[in-house]
Design a protein around this ligand. Structure first.
Ligand code: ATP
Length: 298
């Protein structure tokens, strides 16, 4: 019936997004393979709902199965306290996204361990683990459905009021109400196209709706106009509040707001500190910051 057709259209669109985002087919196949081969414990250890212990990587070493010679992460230890925001910065290929992949248990480290709220994620149910984590990806997947349903994707049992509240917190309510049919406006390939900044705020609304204690934010690299940038920044502030956040940072505003910046190079943490502290060291961070953020006289 209609539901099936809608799902098929939505699915084909997501699939297109995945292909564009991931690029190489090899990566997708490897991901699917890894997920299907995932060992789920028979009696998983529950991860508490209120996370008082944050996230910890302890001496993690990892290489992707297709590249046994190359360590994507090594000697990797990182403690993120509850409510803390840690920004990950580093050159392309340094291992930043790998940190997310491992935390979400799309892959399992060859050595070391990762704990969430004190629970080794290998001992947890991957489904429950992923319920505790909200993700804002670089590219927002928009489904062939109404704005309302696109936001509901953050939490499928959310009521319409919760969706509006999430949109308000994500600084999206105003532009949504200005659309031809408001929250009922149809999006996707055959529907209305949103701007990059609007799509990002939809992704943020989804994450707010999910209300998970841990947030993984892969900041978009595309630049927005000043007005849109300000709205996205406001939305992000709401989202990050009180959550344990790891952000792959591409914006100056984000690193300035972070409690700590961790610099990753060749799979290892090479420095950490605040923006000012790291600039003073005149090392990799200072060079990256000059390239990525431009003028640093603040
Ligand atoms: P970018 O800023 O470009 O996204 P990154 O810091 O996020 O880079 P990762 O994507 O974590 O870097 O990659 C770390 C290393 O692992 C790189 O050498 C990369 O080529 C490799 N890698 C990443 N994903 C895979 C994969 N699915 N299979 C094999 N190798 C991979």
């Amino acid at each position: 019936g209609v539901m099936v057709a809608t799902n098929a259209a939505a699915l084909s669109e997501v699939w297109g997004d995945i292909q564009r985002a991931a690029g190489a087919m090899e990566r997708i196949l490897e991901l699917l393979h890894t997920q299907s081969g995932l060992i789920v414990p028979r009696q998983p250890q529950p991860i508490p709902d209120i996370i008082a212990k944050g996230v910890e990587f302890r001496d993690v070493r990892f290489n992707y199965p297709s590249r046994p010679q190359q360590h994507a992460l090594r000697n990797f230890s990182l403690d993120v306290s509850p409510g803390e925001t840690v920004a990950l910065v580093g050159p392309s290929g340094a291992g930043k996204s790998t940190v997310f992949q491992l935390l979400l248990r799309f892959y399992t480290p060859q050595q070391g361990r990762i704990t969430v709220a004190g629970v080794d994620i290998v001992a947890a149910d991957p489904g429950q683990l992923r319920e505790r984590i909200a993700i804002v990806p670089q590219e927002t997947a928009i489904f062939a459905a109404s704005v309302r349903e696109n936001i509901r994707f953050g939490r499928l049992d959310a009521g319409d009021e919760d969706i509006v509240k999430a949109a308000e917190a994500a600084a999206a309510d105003q532009f949504i109400r200005a659309l031809p049919e408001g929250y009922d406006t149809f999006l996707g390939e055959r529907g209305l196209r949103l701007s990059a900044g609007q799509r990002q705020r939809i992704a943020i609304a989804r994450a707010i709706l999910k209300n998970a204690p841990i947030l993984l934010l892969d900041e978009a690299t595309s630049s927005l106009d000043a007005e849109s940038e300000k709205l996205v920044q406001t939305a992000l502030q709401h989202l990050m509040e009180k959550r344990t956040t790891l952000v792959i940072a591409h914006r100056l505003a984000t690193v300035l707001q972070a409690d700590r910046i961790v610099v990753i190079n060749h799979g290892q943490i090479v420095a950490s500190g605040t923006h000012r502290e790291l600039l003073k060291q005149q090392g990799l961070y200072a060079r990256l910051a000059a390239l990525q953020f431009g003028n640093l006289d603040i």
